[in-house]
Design a protein. Structure first.
Lengths: 113, 114
């Protein structure tokens, strides 16, 4: 119930292509869904986030699609660039006011030039 | 200027030892966190403090004890280190304790227990 399942574990995309990472959750109390980007040797950094009352949010080349009924959300990276090569984590807040985030297992993205 | 800093960056120690990791943030944030990232990169929250008050205390062995001397600092002390404690520990901070406040992560401390 308190899990976020993320797939795929790794992803290779050609430069200019679309990268898609999927996440699913079970607990309907989850109410905030951020995506974090982590480069090797660095801490994670917030990329984009969405609340369940919105079905899509776009920031530049990054888009979150949210399907509340299916309890799934995904990150789309348009026009993927080699500089996007990193590990991406989806996360969810379990409806608490504590800032607690439950993270997915992570997806390592490699964008080939 | 480093927003969230941790010391040390690397820590190698033997089983049974006691060690501390320090974290400082200069963002003026009220809330600070400790996360553990294991060898498979799985990231899990351990603790959070808001204005020096413990808010989140996940299922963590009581060998781990956080201490917040003021709202800009959150230290992590680990007693009787075990092999399974080897991981990267991240400190983070946010302006407030709600989930929608962005969490800013430090660079991490890689702990290796031999």
């Amino acid at each position: 119930q308190q899990q976020v399942k993320q797939s795929p574990q790794s992803l290779i995309v050609q430069k200019g292509g679309i990268s898609i990472i999927n996440c699913a959750y079970e607990n309907t109390a989850f109410d905030y869904f951020p995506w974090y980007q982590q480069f090797p040797g660095k801490g994670p950094a917030l990329l984009i986030a969405i609340r369940p009352d919105v079905s899509e949010k776009k920031e530049g080349r990054f888009t979150i699609s949210f399907n509340k009924s299916a309890k799934q959300f995904s990150l789309h990276i348009m026009d993927s660039q080699p500089g996007d090569s990193a590990t991406y984590f989806c996360a969810a807040n379990p409806g608490s006011n504590t800032g607690k985030l439950i993270f997915g297992q992570g997806t390592t993205l490699q964008v080939k030039p | 200027d480093t927003a969230v800093s941790q010391t040390p960056k690397y820590l190698v120690t033997q089983m049974g030892n006691d060690k501390s990791i320090k974290c400082e943030q200069n963002l003026g944030h009220d809330t600070m966190y400790w996360y553990k990232q294991d060898s498979k990169k799985f990231l899990k929250i351990m603790f959070s403090y808001n204005n020096k008050e413990l808010i989140i205390n996940e299922t963590v062995p009581n060998r781990f004890s956080p201490k917040s001397p003021d709202k800009a600092h959150l230290n992590l002390h680990i007693n009787s280190l075990e092999l399974g404690d080897s991981a990267v520990y991240f400190c983070a901070s946010s302006q407030g304790q709600g989930a929608s406040y962005e969490q800013y992560f430090g660079p991490g401390t890689r702990l290796t227990v031999t």
